[in-house]
Design a protein around this ligand. Structure first.
Ligand code: ATP
Ligand code: MG
Ligand code: MG
Length: 550
């Protein structure tokens, strides 16, 4: 299986299957529906779905929706869509909120066993009493309430008799434990809020560290994979499963979360970018959400291969975002049709070409693969070329168009530059040249060579198009930016919008998300948001070459 490289989690699973601890495995992907998924989640998805597939087990899609205030159905729908788009299908779909009744009953069980109590301290006091790494905590004055009193108060919490924050339910474990998570953690809180799934049925909600182990146990998860920051919570996770007398015992395994350069990777920060209109939505092509990557043009294959390559480790690290680009190029190079597009156009006029003549030339459909055949494109006296392919006064090693120099027009003819026309501001508005009719197809009969091949689009059939080029959104590699709030590190030049032309043949009828290799300009994808019947908009996924070496 391409999606999971050899890793320590696999070894644990192999061991568990060999020793008969489990007959088969069950994993889960448990997002909280409080934002869109990002590429960090893709790593977790590839891992959980990949392991289930590789070992013939099951994988649950579970919405960890135990926090009523931040969650929304919009997020639920986008998450499902993103997981499917990445190429994965779950065995079962669950909502943690469907377990509220069961979780409540397990909390009651804890109370009956003398392992939980209702506490009236407020959040600040609880924090104060908790102590520090070097100092033991102090016991709450409410810690020794009787079982009867606790049962009564907890039921009244459930019935809505108290205001938010007035009371909490806490596990009764050990206020002097070296593991702070064991110092009577809060397991239920009051929140009079409407929940997207259960409505107003509940006004008490379980805390993550209580809810998550129960969710895993209820679903019979064998291997519960989470990120490293939960390592210290593992003893509490095991405590909850044990003390709540869950039949099925899941094992929590931590792995390093994915971090990438020049971007942000947390739903909270991504939401800030969206809410502050720094980006144009959760699917902005500059952010690493799955929907942003999709809209930019990244393919599921490139993301899966990226996740397989970075592998699974126990230590945090930051991956260069150009590694993802590498896998995108590798995926698209063989697939994407070749086309000509001029991003920053200037007219090229061929003075010795007959005024009304239109020729049909054949150019290859793929940069390297001849079996992809050829297509017909028109050619006439006036073409569009890139502004940067002409210099009136060439710099050293400039081999493109300048007065007196000859270049090849891709798949067409040799042309020799004769000069240019400028407007009153000195901007070049037309480049002039003559062509050699003997060089049709782009080869000379007399063995004459040219150093450059440039692309072009025939002005008679050119289709106007918008191109969107991207740079990293976050400037985090600049020394002075280290330690700054990420909102102050936004790259002001992360988006460049250009108006140019594309050839008609290859691009006619192109649909949103269709991908192309634009000769010399990179891989592009048709934008899903701004493309209209009148105007095509292309997102540059990546340029053709990168500085990055694997
Ligand atoms: P964020 O901090 O971005 O909001 P989260 O961890 O709160 O992410 P959840 O919806 O709770 O998001 O995560 C669902 C699953 O995805 C969890 O199992 C979590 O461990 C995993 N996950 C989240 N971010 C990353 C990441 N950067 N790398 C790897 N796995 C991640
Ligand atoms: Mg979370
Ligand atoms: Mg988080």
């Amino acid at each position: 299986n391409e999606t999971v490289s050899s890793n320590f989690i696999k070894n644990i699973i192999i061991d568990d299957l060999e020793t008969g601890k489990h007959k088969s495995i069950v994993t889960r992907f448990p997002p909280e529906p409080n934002g869109y998924l990002h590429i960090g989640h893709a790593k977790s998805i590839c891992l959980n779905f990949g392991l289930a597939k590789e070992f013939g087990g099951k994988v649950n899609m579970r919405f960890d929706d135990t926090n009523p205030t931040k969650e929304d159905v919009e997020y639920v729908d986008s998450i499902k869509n993103d997981v499917n788009w990445l190429g994965f299908n779950w065995d079962d779909l669950f909502f943690a909120s469907d377990y509220f009744e069961e979780m409540y009953n397990r909390a009651v069980l804890l109370i009956k066993k003398g392992k939980a109590f209702v506490c009236d301290l407020n959040a600040d006091q609880i924090r104060e009493y908790r102590g520090t790494l070097t100092e033991p905590g102090k016991e709450s004055p409410y810690r020794n309430r009787s079982v009867e009193e606790n049962l009564d108060l907890f039921e009244r919490m459930k019935n809505g008799e108290f205001a938010d924050g007035e009371k909490v339910l806490r596990a009764k474990i050990d206020m002097s434990s070296p593991n702070i998570n064991f110092r009577d953690p809060v397991i239920y809180r009051i929140a009079h809020a409407t929940h997207h799934n259960t409505g107003d049925k509940w006004c008490i909600y379980p805390m993550y560290s209580f809810a998550h182990p129960l969710e895993d146990a209820i679903e019979g998860i064998t291997h519960s994979i989470c990120t490293l920051e939960f390592e210290e919570q593992r003893p509490l996770y095991d405590w909850v499963v044990r003390e709540c007398e869950m039949e099925s015992v899941p094992r929590q395994i931590e792995f390093a979360r994915l971090n990438m350069t020049n971007t942000v990777m947390s739903k909270r920060k991504l939401k800030l970018l969206v809410d502050n209109n720094v980006v144009d939505g959760w699917d902005d092509p500059r952010i690493p959400t799955i929907s942003g990557l999709r809209r930019r043009g990244y393919t599921p294959e490139s993301i899966r291969n990226f996740c397989a390559e970075i592998g699974v480790a126990k230590a945090d690290s930051t991956v260069d975002s150009q590694l993802l680009d590498f896998f995108l190029r590798e995926d698209l190079q063989p697939k994407a049709p070749l086309a000509m597009a001029v991003l920053r156009p200037v007219k090229l006029v061929i003075d010795n070409y007959p005024e009304d003549q239109v020729e049909v030339l054949e150019v290859e459909n793929h940069a390297k693969d001849e079996t992809k055949g050829k297509r017909k494109v028109t050619f006439s006296k006036e073409l569009y070329i890139e502004q940067e392919d002409f210099m009136e006064e060439p710099v050293k090693k400039y081999f493109r168009l300048f007065p007196g120099n000859e270049v090849r027009l891709k798949g067409a003819y040799f042309v020799k530059c004769t000069g240019c026309v400028k407007d009153e501001n000195g901007n070049v508005v037309e480049v002039h040249c003559t062509y050699d009719p003997e060089t049709k197809g782009g080869e000379s009969n007399d063995g004459r060579k040219v150093k450059s091949t440039i692309h072009w689009v025939d002005s008679k059939t050119a289709v106007p198009a918008e191109f969107r080029l991207f740079e990293p959104l976050i400037l985090d590699d600049i020394e002075e930016n280290k330690g700054k709030d990420f909102l102050d590190q936004i790259n002001p030049n992360s988006l460049e919008v250009l108006e140019g032309f594309v050839e008609e043949t290859q691009l006619k009828g192109a649909q949103p998300l269709d991908k192309f290799q634009f000769f010399r300009n990179g891989f592009f994808s048709v934008d899903t948001k701004y493309t209209t019947d009148e105007k095509m908009v292309f997102n540059r996924i990546v340029p053709l070459k990168s500085k990055f070496k694997l």
